[in-house]
Design a protein around this ligand. Sequence first.
Ligand code: CA
Length: 428
Amino acid sequence: MDRRVFLLLLLAGCADTSPHAPALLTTTAPPPPPTPPAPSLVAVVDAAPASALAFDAWLAAFRAKALAAGLTPQLLDRELGGVTPDPRVVSLDGKQPEFSKPVGDYIKGVISDERIAVGRRKRQELVFLPAVESRYGVPRDILLAVWAMESAFGKIQGNFDVVRSMVSLASDGRRRGWAEDQLIAALRIIDSGEASRVQLKGSWAGAMGQTQFLPSNYLTTAVDGDGDGKRDIWGSDNDALASAANLLAKGGWKPGVGWAREVILPAGFDYGLAEGPREIPAWWEVKGVKRADGLPWTAADAASPAGLLLPAGAFGPAFLALPNHFAIRSYNNSMSYALGIGLLADRFGGGGPLVAAWPVETPLGLGDRMAAQIALARLGFDPGPADGVVGAGTRKALRAWQAARGLPADGYLSMDMVARLKAQAGIV
Ligand code: CA
């Protein structure tokens, strides 16, 4: 199970920072986790006491914080007595993926024939879907796509003890404040009786159930869809999809508006407009941007601000992203994730494949991505930290550099761009 979480991390090349834990689902076989070297006996004897002391100190401090937050000593004694950090969780949290999957490969993996078939079948079988859709205003196809991506329609939910995962992340310290808040939320769920410790299972990063909700999401946003008095995002399809709908509604989902449309750009188009202005479709039409399917915009979409997305650069499919694209990103703040959800939903609803083809590309290594960021910084185009994560900041810096060099300013980091950047910045 722990191997599966690599998939979204593999998206780092096109991901922004996400408030949501990585989804579990893989579309390709991820690399196996490295085998930790066997520690020597001397190292164990030397290291264990220091590490145990640090953990005990953290636990004592956390206990004070949890008591101040209103949790009882009895609950803390029962749930945290004898707990130890899970080395698998700490190891997974420190991983940086070596290769970032090209967005086209990722999307092609998401939109598999098998997944489309399952989604279309579930669409027919689940009689509660129309009621969820009308209550929250989120289309059933979007909910089915979230369900497919987060947990393979509920089949892959993760089997980590969420309390221990959060203890591990909090005591390790890299995301201490966040993990402590999630740990307190998880303990509150147990204390409320809504789920037992045994039921509180999730991904290594603490994302739980069919919707992969963090404990804090569960407390604020999970709902009882089937009306049995419990919010069971693990065992009830209805509760899970209603909860996902509630999260998207809170994230700003606009009923009756689309999420994006594939568009065709004219020759000589200014690619620097990607991820730029958000204007109504008529504004884009003046610039020669047309819907790829040739159909007219609905009245609601025609009145909505839309931004241009070039997920694979100037030579791949182009999209006008409508407001609901950004609502999907409240689930996971990644352009690729939101595109995957939307495109999968379109296919569940009977839509066909994209008009434009995804370019065939070589995956960029971590070293390539970091070298490009270092080169941009050296050349005076600040991409943010050289962390190998190509997010909005890196794309913006890349567009500015491309424009200054007279290149199509699509902000897309291809192997060709990496080579050009390294050459100009003198990186060998
Ligand atoms: Ca329920």
